[in-house]
Design a protein around this ligand. Structure first.
Ligand code: 13P
Ligand code: SF4
Length: 302
């Protein structure tokens, strides 16, 4: 059994040998986030960085749809995911056949797919969005009504911010759907002065009683720039662990829910992924062009 330090050291060596970079989502544990990752960020940053990555191999320390997006944006690279079972309750809530039914039911409405979807669903959609750009993407379409899937709560939160009518799907993030407004109000009582930042995958009633809502990168920027004395990040547990290391002046109140999919990725399986060059993520040929187009359109929205 190798220790954590031995695994981390082996990973750093393998990265050089394989000419590999590790892109890690903000929900990865600190040993990955601070220890071995080359680039960390929210879903939007990881998509942008994957496109730019100058390496032979991209290891995506995150969930499967993120690795698919990386492959779509940089197809000549070998993209590895350390555990191919790292899924997402949102991505699993909808298929391309469901998108076709929605289009038939609501003809003429553009389909905005959250990046938390499979390549198959992206290919059936017009444009992607992330929690970091959903408002801009919806507004960029310049229409009064859109279909936005699969996250019902993100759709409701964006509808409130934009005034665009949104036809939603009933998918939920199993991490964020569990937060309640009661929990937030309780936090305010027990931790006076706490600034509450909620992820837009939370139910609208939760976002309503928070001080601010934004993607994981927006939360990290808020803490870095505003240096609040006390903060609660209403999101996955590793988020606070990761940013607390660089924010000694901030007290982190930590109500959090764990994402079991993100937590499938470990130092051990990152090491194994690089040793064995497994599991390689590929996109079926017929899906590649339309799925990439949806992501490219999103990245073109300024
Ligand atoms: P962002 O990092 O883009 O805010 O997404 C959160 C999330 O749940 C990703 O799985
Ligand atoms: Fe999916 Fe939610 Fe986990 Fe993100 S936190 S991967 S949205 S289940």
């Amino acid at each position: 059994w190798a220790t954590m330090a031995e695994d981390a050291e082996a990973i750093l060596k393998l990265k050089r040998e394989r000419r590999a970079v590790i892109l890690a989502h903000n929900y990865q544990t600190p040993d990955i986030f601070h220890g071995v990752a080359d680039i960390v960020g929210d879903s939007l940053a990881l998509a942008r960085e994957a496109e730019k990555a100058d390496a032979d191999v991209i290891v995506l320390a995150g969930v499967h749809f993120m690795a698919e997006t990386a492959k779509l944006m940089n197809p000549s690279k070998t993209v590895l995911i350390p555990d191919a079972h790292a899924g997402c309750s949102l991505a699993e809530s909808i298929t391309a056949a469901d998108v076709a039914l929605l289009r038939a039911k609501y003809p003429g409405r553009p389909v905005v797919a959250y990046v938390n979807t499979s390549a198959e669903v992206k290919a059936a959609s017009d444009i992607c969005c992330t929690s970091g750009n959903a408002k801009k993407v919806v507004e960029s379409l310049g229409v009064p009504e859109v279909i936005m899937l699969p996250d019902e709560f993100l759709a409701q939160n964006v509808a409130k911010e934009t005034g665009v009518k949104i036809i939603a799907w009933k998918g939920h993030c199993e991490v964020h759907e569990r937060f309640t407004p009661q929990e937030i109000l309780q936090l305010r009582q027990t931790h006076p002065g706490v600034v509450i930042l909620a992820h837009p995958e939370c139910p609208p009633e939760v976002v309503e009683v928070a001080d601010f809502s934004g993607s994981t990168a927006v939360m990290a920027d808020y803490v870095r720039e505003k240096k609040p004395a006390r903060v609660a990040l209403i999101t996955e547990c590793s988020m606070s662990d990761n940013i607390a290391q660089n924010a000694p002046e901030t007290e982190f109140v930590r109500p959090c829910n764990l994402c079991p999919h993100m937590k499938l990725i470990t130092l051990k399986n990152i090491r194994r992924a690089l040793e064995e060059m497994q599991t390689e993520v590929t996109i079926p040929a017929e899906l590649f062009a339309p799925a990439r187009r949806a992501v490219e359109r999103m990245l073109a929205v300024k």
